[in-house]
Design a protein around this ligand. Sequence first.
Ligand SMILES: *Cc1c(COP(=O)(O)O)cnc(C)c1O
Length: 373
Amino acid sequence: MSQIAFIDLQAQRARLGDKIDSAIQKVLTHGGFIMGPEVREFEARLAEFCGAKHAISCSSGTDALLLPLMAEGVGAGDAVFVPSMTFASTAEVVALLGATPVFCDVLEDTFNMDPASLEAAIAAAKEKGLTPKAVIPVDLFGQPADFESLLPIAEKNGLFVLDDAAQGFGGTVKGKKIGTFGNATATSFFPAKPLGCYGDGGAVLTDDDTLADVMRSLRVHGKGTDKYDNVRVGVNARLDTIQAAILIEKLAIFPDEIEARNRIATRYNELLKDVAVVPVVAEGAVSVWAQYTLKVKDRAALQADIKNRGVPTAVYYPLPLHRQTAYKECPTPSGGLPVSDRLAESVISLPMHPYLDDPTQDRIVEAVRAAAG
Ligand SMILES: *Cc1c(COP(=O)(O)O)cnc(C)c1O
């Protein structure tokens, strides 16, 4: 039997036909590889897509998290609240700036930041003499964080809100698109993300004119109006023109792909709900299903069993950040992070992409049912 792809990027490439090849060819011909016309065009389209005033493209999702924190002057003595159940970048950028990541637990059903744990983490940070400065809710596995609960807590505590939408860009809450919650939103165009390019890439979205200006400067070494008078210490974090050209083509079919992802996730839920704990999407929210993640009892056995049936799986994340070597000294609320610890033992993600056809999905479902039943 053929091996099933965990994420089938070739199927998307086949659908786009020669559009991407000619978009790349166009850049090769005009030669504006750095900040070429496609970069501005893509930024305009991305801002329009999500309803944000500014889209600032950059070199990765990690840099998209870094730029707004740099612009806000986050540094030593500051506490930045992040969920422990996330990819390393969310906390890494905080530590890189000399600030302290303070970990929060997540909710058992949506895997996203637990508002009660955020309040407990704020108290823990204050006890340590840190200044609560920012919070980075993550839209884990494609589902928007619980902004309705988190934003008032942030406001009460004067926290800058940076949405880590590396997995959730394209999602909505009550019709409002990701990209417009909090002060800024960071997303990633890593190839395997819901909206990916063919290399590294990212973008920051914001409605704040001043913040946008500072980030545009930071992205190019802290440039001022005179290119050779840098006005602040910045980084080199530009998006390549070739990647922007690719993203313009991919963004055009993204709404249709989001629909397909939701159809596939709903079908998984129907076919698996009696043998595993299937993912839950909060009322009013639309996920982009960066991952389709089950909770199971004996994960190791299930993973091995279905691998033998040609079905690949992945575990996001086997070790929550507060357990990882680089971050284990970072503060956590009293009582620890029991949900993150538990989820790390029980979550497993199945193949998920917009081109997963019914027969292939049936093979995956049969394998899971046979192994879990
Ligand atoms: C992928 C990811 C990032 C980092 O994006 P890169 O483009 O790989 O730098 C940050 N946060 C989360 C939650 C991610 O999934």
